[in-house]
Design a protein around this ligand. Structure first.
Ligand SMILES: [Zn+2]
Length: 370
């Protein structure tokens, strides 16, 4: 397997400034560094280099997305707003929820991040690599067509999917979003589009508020092609694997995509400050193994991962290394040094309330068009 890595140091220069919490301007929040900063992502690249894995990957040079590319998914008004903020010193783009800051010239970096996802899909569909990982920021899966949200400016994964559908000979794609938060942006883009199956597995009742229930199934021609698997806080590997084996993989088998895109967050990791799940590097490896096998069985291995959340900078490099080892079939000598403290997480069996949550999501398979 040849695995591509889309990386550009300039994505790390995305300036999220100081963070003022979920309410911009709240006088009681002492400003602090944003949880979405360069640290964790740069440390991922550093560990890939230090462990020797980078040498086994094929580097994908990122071609920045054009404004025309962005308009495949976003409204002209929203693009104009990003441009205005980018040209006037930077600031908060989020209108309703939380903080999504860019710095001066932030538009160019957001175009680079989106371009990373497009370049990764292009490299896979052109047969240059078998699968690919776009290690970019700002992330994308919360960005709505007309609105920035949750640190996300442009919908990188959604854009990559739309690019595959419009610029390549691809008719059906599937997203499997395992970020701990709901993949609302990707879902919104393809809400009425039967050419895309959007699956999001996430912690229930978290972010965005009120989104990601099993009742959100798509509309119009896209009815049944949105699948949400909200899991209760505290789920470990057993619950995630149950969700994969009983919902995600059967849904993929039923839908038969020609390309799988994974908006890949590591904030379901057991040390993450923004999530309350208990996955380990070993767990992420198992998820990657399952999705890789599904891609091999269904779409000639065509698989692209876009980097989303993950806010424990000491942990995420090991989670991402585990995923890239699985995708590329290359093992390094690195053993996640934090695994020893994950014993409780690994021992957790599927608990009755978790089993019930997976069972509820299983019923959605009945509504997925064959
Ligand atoms: Zn997240």
């Amino acid at each position: 397997m040849v695995t591509g890595l889309a990386w550009d140091e300039r994505c790390m220069w995305h300036d999220t400034g100081l963070y003022f919490g979920p309410q911009e301007g709240n006088p009681w929040i002492e400003p602090i560094e944003s949880p979405e900063n360069a640290q964790g992502k740069r440390r991922i690249k550093n560990l890939l280099d230090a462990s020797g894995l980078t040498a086994h990957l094929s580097m994908i040079e990122i071609e920045p997305a054009s404004e025309t590319d962005i308009l495949m998914v976003h409204t002209p008004e929203y693009l104009a707003e990003v441009k205005r903020v980018s040209e006037s010193g930077g600031g908060n783009l989020a209108r309703r929820l939380g903080t999504t800051r860019i710095g001066q010239g932030g538009l160019d970096i957001a175009l680079l991040a989106a371009g990373g996802a497009l370049s990764a899909v292009g490299a896979v569909l052109d047969g240059i690599v078998d699968n690919a990982y776009a290690l970019v920021r700002p992330p994308g899966h919360h960005a709505e067509p007309d609105e920035a949200m949750g640190f996300c400016v442009f919908g990188n994964a959604a854009l990559a999917g739309m690019y595959a559908l419009t610029k390549h000979d691809i008719d059906r794609i599937a997203f499997v979003d395992w970020d701990v938060h709901h993949g609302n942006g990707t879902q919104a883009v393809f809400w009425e589009d039967p050419r895309a199956l959007t699956i999001s597995i996430h912690q229930e009742n978290m972010f965005p508020p009120g989104r990601g229930s099993i009742g959100e199934n798509g509309a119009g021609d896209g009815v049944g092609t949105a699948i949400n698997i909200p899991l209760p806080a505290g789920c470990g590997e057993a619950a995630y694997l149950a969700a994969f084996d009983r919902v995600v993989l059967p849904a993929l088998n039923q839908y038969r995509p020609q390309l799988i895109i994974v908006p890949c967050g590591f904030d379901a990791g057991f040390h993450d400050p923004l999530g309350r799940m208990m996955l380990t590097s070993q767990s992420f490896s198992k998820l990657a193994q399952r999705i890789s096998k599904a891609a091999t069985d269904l779409c000639n291995g065509k698989l692209v991962l876009t980097h989303e959340g993950g806010y424990a900078p000491h942990m995420v490099p090991f989670h991402c290394l585990a995923v890239l080892e699985e995708l590329s079939g290359n093992r390094t000598d690195v053993i996640d040094p934090y695994s020893f403290s994950a014993e409780a997480a690994l021992k957790q069996k599927l608990l009755p309330h978790q089993d019930e949550a997976v069972g509820n999501a299983e019923t959605l398979l009945n509504f997925l068009p064959v």
